[in-house]
Design a protein around this ligand. Structure first.
Ligand SMILES: [Zn+2]
Length: 193
């Protein structure tokens, strides 16, 4: 059975048995929170449970490493939409220990791409168009520094209101324990002072 057919088979019984009823909510985050987290599979259920979040409590944005790689990319846009259109009042950046984006080797990814059929010519063309593939694929060396940087990118974004606290945390991928790296309230106070 393919992965797709497994998903669809489950989905049919999920809908037929009205299992969705326990998840009914609306589009506004009840805890007025937007969370940017890593896509790590260990965090699928662990992260919301460890943060006390139920369906409908937060806007959850995920990518590899919980990063904002570009101030005008889709992650930053999602956070701005969450704040201006969907009543998010605070933002949490949640990275995690043992993240695949730490010390990722861009060259290894490019070698794998070539092994999977992407031609050297394509890489040369992309480089010729000014795309720095190594820089684009690079993750981070230190998770705490990465969280601080991401929080700063969000907080200092020209379209982000100054009164939105942006917190930075690191979650343990086994225990769910959260460490606060940036207290968004403290940042807001010092900014005001
Ligand atoms: Zn990760």
């Amino acid at each position: 059975m393919t992965i797709l057919s497994q998903v669809l088979e489950h989905n049919q019984s999920f809908v037929t048995n009205r299992e969705y009823e326990q998840f009914k909510t609306d589009k506004f985050p009840h805890k007025s929170l937007a969370v940017l987290a890593c896509m790590d599979a260990r965090l699928v259920e662990l992260l919301p449970k460890a943060m006390g979040l139920k369906n409908g409590d937060a806007k959850l944005i995920k990518n590899a490493g919980a990063l904002v790689t570009h101030p005008w990319g889709s992650v930053m846009r999602s956070l701005l939409v969450a704040v201006y259109e969907l009543r998010a009042e605070e933002i949490c950046v949640v990275a995690h220990h043992d993240c695949g984006m730490r010390a990722i080797d861009p060259q290894h990814i490019l070698d794998s791409a070539c092994a999977r059929g992407v031609s050297e010519e394509t890489l040369t063309t992309l480089r010729g168009a000014g795309i720095d593939l190594e820089k684009w694929l690079k993750g981070f060396d230190n998770v705490e520094d990465s969280v601080r940087h991401t929080v700063e990118v969000i907080r200092s974004h020209p379209l982000m209101p100054h009164d939105v606290p942006v917190h930075g945390m690191v979650i343990h991928p086994t225990t769910g324990a959260l460490s606060v790296i940036v207290d968004g309230y403290a940042g807001r106070t010092s900014q005001a002072a």
